[in-house]
Ligand binder design. Structure first.
Ligand code: DX5
Ligand code: ZN
Length: 218
């Protein structure tokens, strides 16, 4: 069964606690937390103080997506403020092995991600060393973009790669997911689905229930 990871980037920050409670109660598996530094991606979102603050209010699994240049500088800080998994960008790390090792040393799960234009075969070297591979289905930086169709083919390739691994990682997809395309994405090989606008536009609890109903079939 597919898992759902609502992205709080699309939440109403004025009611953030309430909205997290709603998605947790509706059964969402993970909580996706998008950290943007204004360098790796053009926008700036939020950082440690926000994560620390919501950590006190929920026991949800914190799936932290770092869109940050040289994330190795901040691994310990994000682990200390409550991340359960940190995903770093292949394109943002000068020494990816050292970055993944820093996450392992912090005692939390390790994720790696690639932008839509990065060839999937760069993942081969790392697939045995990570708990999750995130296949971006939009250019990182903004919520509410359109799903890039080429992602289906890329997911198939990553799934094949993961199946050959002794320790297959979860495969996650992030960007442009809707109730219309979620099933096709799961069929193509995703295990975890990130959804921002599709969850937080309208009633978050009801949206999660609807999306989870579609995930259940896969
Ligand atoms: C984009 C972020 C996504 C984003 C997804 O850089 O990584 O997590 O919040 O938002 P939607 O689901 O609205 O495309
Ligand atoms: Zn994300």
């Amino acid at each position: 069964m597919g898992k759902l990871s609502p992205s709080i980037l699309a939440a109403d920050f004025n009611r953030l606690g309430e909205q997290i409670y709603a998605v947790e109660k509706a059964g969402a598996d993970y909580l996706h937390i998008d950290v943007m530094d204004g360098r790796f991606v053009p926008s700036i979102s939020f950082g440690m103080p926000l994560i620390k603050s919501i950590r006190k209010e929920t026991s949800m699994f914190f799936d932290v997506h770092l869109m940050v240049e040289e994330p190795i500088r901040y691994i310990k800080d994000f682990a200390d403020c409550g991340a359960d998994l940190i995903t770093v960008h292949y394109e943002a790390c000068a020494d990816l092995d050292a970055t993944l090792e820093a996450i392992r040393e912090s005692g939390i799960k390790r994720g790696i991600t690639i932008k839509p234009g990065t060839p999937v075969n760069v993942l081969e070297k790392y697939i045995d060393k990570v708990d999750l591979v995130l296949v971006m289905s939009v250019e990182p930086g903004f919520g509410g973009q359109k799903f890039i169709e080429k992602t289906y083919e890329r997911l198939g390739k990553v799934r094949k790669m993961a199946q050959k691994s002794e320790n297959p990682p979860e495969i996650e997809v992030d960007g442009g997911v809707t109730a219309e395309n979620i099933e096709k994405i799961l069929e193509a090989g995703a295990d975890v689905i990130v959804a921002g606008s599709a969850v937080f536009k309208g009633d978050a609890g009801q949206n999660v229930k609807r999306l989870l109903g579609l995930c259940k079939k896969h």
